[in-house]
Design a protein around this ligand. Sequence first.
Ligand code: HAM
Length: 418
Amino acid sequence: MLTSKPRGTNDIIPGETELWQKIEAIITSLARNYGYREIRTPIFEHTELFLRGVGENTDIVDKEMYTFEDKGGRSLTLRPEGTAAVARAYLENKMYAWPQPVKMYYLGPMFRHDRPQAGRYRQFHQFGVEIFGTSHPASDAEVIHLCMAFYQLIGLENLELHINSVGCPQCREILRQKLMAYFESHRNDLCSICRQRVERNPLRILDCKNKICRDAGKDAPTPLDCLCQECRDHFASVRRYLDVQQIAYIVNPRLVRGLDYYTKTAFEVIAPDIGAQSAIGGGGRYDGLVETCGGPHIPGVGFAIGLERTISVIRKQGLEQETHRLMAFVAMAGDTEDVATRIIYTLRQAGVSCDRDYIGRSLKAQMKYASKINAKYVVIVGEDELARGNVTLRDMDTGKQYEVELDKLVAEIKSNTC
Ligand code: HAM
């Protein structure tokens, strides 16, 4: 117990954090490039926010929330997603009084108490963006463009972008009635979960992964069959903007997404390479969410990308590169520790990463250790060289070794590595 982490969580350890940091740096510069600013909301919120925002009939609220009572008897929930929390923060901080639209991004852990399996965790990380204050279809296309630009920057290939329109609440009500009637007569052909969805949330039956539900629903009406003129026009405009930006997509009429707040555009990015949990990102428009949270009618659109799943595609596609390498290991030979300490200090101050031995290794063992940790150079601080005002520099890649004047060490290392 004491040496095992809770089920469905991950340690991200040295050797892995480098890739996370690289991805985080890409996210920060990309989001800024598109005009988004970072928002950080609490890890937990009042449970009510997710009940109302995400929707009581969703799997997330129904089964997956980490909900607890605090010492004051308030019901709190670890955030299962970011959008509802950002909508709450938008309202609470009166961002509707800022110049619109307000474009924000976030990066951090989310929590869902789901059955853990490959690609599905109880604590996972999302990079998400949200735009509040515009219903312009070009903003839908912008978030899709940004989402795909992220995958492109990290080099992912073979991705599928699925898009759909789930319509406005009026279109959805018509669809709901039609689906209830359709699935009522196919109830016995559905999986046990979908049987319960017939009255509660028949839309979700459309994207159930179970083959029997797929077969039973093959002639079922889809959201696209029920769109009103405005929603139809909006979807056509979004598609036109995507075409102009040469973003390839698949219209998937069965895509409905698992959160209740979506209106009009819905999209998902699928990586067929990583097995069952292949959705690496998803999002859409949510024009009623701010109102549901108790605010004015403020339209919004956004997405979130699952970072664990994205990293799993990076690894599957062999795209992981070594990103961190210690530049210099300072090895001590004889009674040279004081000088070596000063050299280390000087190198670090000059921005050259370096390290030393703390185990009392012999020079030979220090060289072996430096090779194991893949240091680029070893600076050998030996008594004889020091007497000449020099140290020995060994390039661990080429094996070339030569003496360098102490004063010129930083310049020598930098000239070879820059
Ligand atoms: P979501 O589809 O629930 O959407 O999650 C977005 C992404 O988070 C998924 O595509 C997946 O990659 C990742 N993800 C979800 N659950 C897990 C899990 N248990 N383990 C690992 N990864 C997971 C949302 O959360 C919406 N808030 C997205 C959004 C933002 N829509 C509009 N704005």
